[in-house]
Design a binder for this molecule. Structure first.
Ligand code: COA
Length: 702
């Protein structure tokens, strides 16, 4: 039982703004509550009526005898605050505020919404909305919405930030034979959000799959925690639209430029096991699959088709989705060869030919299901003059009953002529699609989901006892005292070293003599780089000189850098020149961090050097909840991993050192909220260890 169980199962419901005028929302809601078969008390509230739809009406909530558990508010916006206050005082525990005209209309509405939320908090009320369509629970038999359609009872919970999309889909679901357990219109999410409902549905015995349409996430940190738990129990499929500009960072760093706000969502969803879809069609294709059949035992697909082309297309799709075609046992092949016409294809995909009637299909299905290599059976059927859609459907249903450990899908390619067969399969719990592609895609998501729930839960592995927080604090303090937000390279390198990230030696020089002195200390050859918080991309302004191996070369380099920078960026404040030890070349990586407004620090790792933005070979993870295993996965996702492993005869590099450095960057970002952006680029990785050549850190005032 979740915390919101009473929300879906209240003992009494008041409809405030109930109306006897058909056509008004308050009328539709009351009618829906009555017609849903709701078993509790229904209490219409209207100041002018004594009776509505045959029920006694009350002038206000105070006049209602006994305690009311839920109030659905459908009065004009100007009256909502007063009504909500009255509900609070009357001991109502749950509000569903249908009324529009809150934060979605601007500042005034936002202020009113804040007051409404404060009222809810004051009286300990949960609130759905405002600006929502209401909620439906087909198992508790309650419908507080003004949707025209009451859905079929089923096992899909659907939570949507768009009411319009919800009503359209409810309507469609009736024809598609899809049933729902709970349907909630989230509205403005002032109090209850998708997080609360996902948590609740994960515990709900009537829900098998959770679907969401959202435009944003209410609270990134809570979302990650709650949804990570929910996805271990049930599949959570999310369609997220829109890319929030608020989440986009001012992209002064490489990592910031690579990571748009959508990458944060993509990464967050991936990390907490959400199945993300990009279209409404995909959302419902997957819902159909997850709601109807059990998860496949494995990834081996057998296809039985009466046409060659679609069989090949389905086979291609199996490969694209990284599933496997089942390789039948010898015995299976022999029996198929003996029982099917000689022109048939007996290898997977099995082609029973265009003239196949149901008995030939049944024969092939039986043999293929009996084969121990088949995990999933996919039946393809195109309508020809001899096709028997109903009988073939029945044969497939028989197989489902005989082989309960296998998973069954179908694609009936055609129109009205196949309708009866399609309906028969829908009723029998076999997902049937018009074309094979969505079926294969759904199978692949189900296989991935099974792998996900079977994978062990990982502990947060980002503890580094040797980090020196005090040293970092002191550096940030000095930088802010100097009225800067961007650290000089030497300061950033010190921060990195304090967190155990091996940064190459670097020192600041303000004159040619100082530069020579530092070079002598560090040892030749050295690299000189302009030191200016305003210049982030130093090469572009002639601010870098490499391979300087004598005092004269250092002097010249210093002067040339100063001259070039003054010419190309005359307005930039220049602190001097940084003298860096020239490190031997290694495999060049970037490790970076940008901060997302919802999900916090996001860590990037991939191909480094000057081609970062050109090749964009970078993989991302959120620092929160990051584990060592996840860092390893992150690195292996990039093409640069091939370079690290040793490409075309080159020596393998120290991947463990990279994993360690990525973890330490994540730890640093989690420990210091004030770091807004961080780039370590390039990192030279060697067969033993690595060296951070250039560390850039930007901080904020807080
Ligand atoms: N207590 C009880 N009843 C009240 C009341 C109060 N404080 N104030 C008004 N009412 C009654 C009215 O008398 C009326 O009843 P009547 O038909 O018997 O006269 C009823 O509540 C509705 O009020 P009315 O002024 O007729 O408003 P309305 O029905 O035209 O509009 C809303 C009310 C809430 C529907 C409208 O303001 C609104 O927000 N519409 C958009 C809803 C929406 O789209 N939500 C998002 C969906 S995704």
């Amino acid at each position: 039982m979740g915390v919101l169980t009473n929300f879906f199962n209240p003992q009494s419901v008041a409809v405030i703004g109930a109306s006897s005028s058909p056509g008004k929302i308050g009328h539709a809601i009351l009618k829906n509550v009555i017609e849903s078969g709701y078993a509790g008390k229904i209490l219409p509230v209207n100041p002018r009526e004594d009776e509505i739809l045959g029920l006694k009406a009350y002038p206000d909530i105070k006049a209602v005898p006994g305690r009311v558990e839920m109030a659905v508010i459908s009065v004009p916006a100007a009256g909502v605050l007063k009504v909500a206050g009255e509900c609070g005082r009357a001991g109502v525990k749950n509000l569903v505020v249908i009324t529009a005209g809150f934060k979605e209309v601007g500042k005034e509405g936002l202020d009113m919404e804040k007051e409404l939320l404060a009222t809810c908090r004051e009286y300990g009320m949960h609130m759905l909305g405002p600006n929502c369509l209401g909620m439906i629970d087909t198992h508790m038999r309650i419908n507080t919405s003004f949707a025209k359609v009451y859905p079929l009872k089923g096992n899909i919970a659907f939570f949507s930030q768009s009411g319009a999309m919800q009503v359209a889909l409810l309507d469609w679901s009736l024809t598609a034979g899809i049933g729902f357990s709970k349907v909630v219109s989230l509205g403005n999410k002032a109090d209850l959000s998708e997080i609360d409902f996902i948590e609740e549905a994960a515990e709900d015995p009537y829900t098998r799959v959770i679907l969401c349409y959202i435009e944003d996430v209410a609270n990134g940190e809570r979302f990650l925690q709650a949804v990570s738990r929910a996805t271990r129990k049930k599949p959570v499929v999310i369609l997220k639209s829109g890319t929030s500009q608020a989440g986009a960072q001012a992209a002064s760093s490489h990592t910031g430029a690579l990571a748009g706000s959508d990458i944060a969502y993509e990464t967050a969803f991936k990390q907490c096991g959400v199945i993300r879809v990009k279209t409404m069609t995909e959302l419902f294709d997957l819902a159909t699959a997850f709601s109807k059949c059990a998860l496949p035992a494995g990834d081996k697909v057998a296809i039985v088709s009466n046409s060659g082309g679609p069989g090949i297309i389905a086979t291609d799709n199996v490969e694209t989705h990284r599933l496997r075609m089942a390789r039948f046992n010898k015995d299976t092949l022999e029996v198929l060869r003996g029982g099917l016409p000689p022109e048939s294809g007996i290898y997977n995909p099995v082609d029973v030919l265009g003239d196949a009637r149901a008995d030939r299909y049944r024969f092939a299905l039986e043999k293929v299901c009996a084969d121990s290599n088949t995990d999933v059976l996919m039946l393809l059927l195109s309508q020809t003059a001899t096709t028997q859609a109903m009988e073939t459907g029945r044969a497939l249903i028989e197989m489902k009953e005989t082989y309960p450990d296998k998973t069954f899908f179908a694609s009936f390619m055609g129109g009205d002529a196949l309708k009866e067969g399609v309906n028969l399969l829908a009723e029998s719990g076999i997902p049937c699609y018009t074309f094979p592609e969505p079926a294969i895609s759904a199978i692949s998501q189900m296989v991935k989901y099974r792998q996900f729930i079977n994978s062990p839960l990982q502990e947060d592995g980002l503890e580094f006892p040797d980090v020196d927080k005090k040293a970092v604090k002191a550096i940030f303090y000095d930088v802010l005292k100097d009225n800067r937000l961007v650290l000089l390279g030497s300061e950033a390198a010190e921060v990195a070293r304090a967190y155990g990230i091996p940064a190459a030696p670097v020192a600041l020089a303000t004159t040619t003599d100082e530069a020579v002195e530092e070079a002598e200390k560090i040892g030749y050859p050295v690299v000189l780089k302009v030191a200016s918080p305003k210049i982030l991309h130093k090469t572009d302004v002639g601010g870098v000189k490499v391979s300087l191996d004598s005092p004269a070369a250092v002097k010249n380099g210093f002067l040339e850098i100063m001259e070039s920078v003054r010419r190309l960026m005359p307005q930039a404040v220049v602190y001097g020149v940084e003298v860096n030890k020239m490190m031997p070349r290694g495999t060049e990586l970037i490790i970076g961090m940008s901060r997302d407004i919802q999900f916090g620090p996001m860590i990037a790792c991939g191909l480094g050097g000057i081609y970062v933005n050109l090749f964009k070979d970078v993989s991302f993870r959120l620092a929160r909840g990051l584990t060592r295993d996840e860092i390893v996965k992150m690195i292996t996702e990039t093409k640069s991993y091939s370079l690290l492993r040793g490409y075309r005869g080159s020596e393998p590099q120290d991947v463990n050192a990279v994993v360690d450095a990525v973890g330490r960057v994540a730890r640093l970002a989690l420990d210091f909220q004030e770091i807004t952006e961080l780039d370590v680029n390039p990192v030279f990785v060697y067969p033993n260890g690595l060296s951070a050549l250039d560390v850039k850190i930007t901080i904020s005032m807080s």
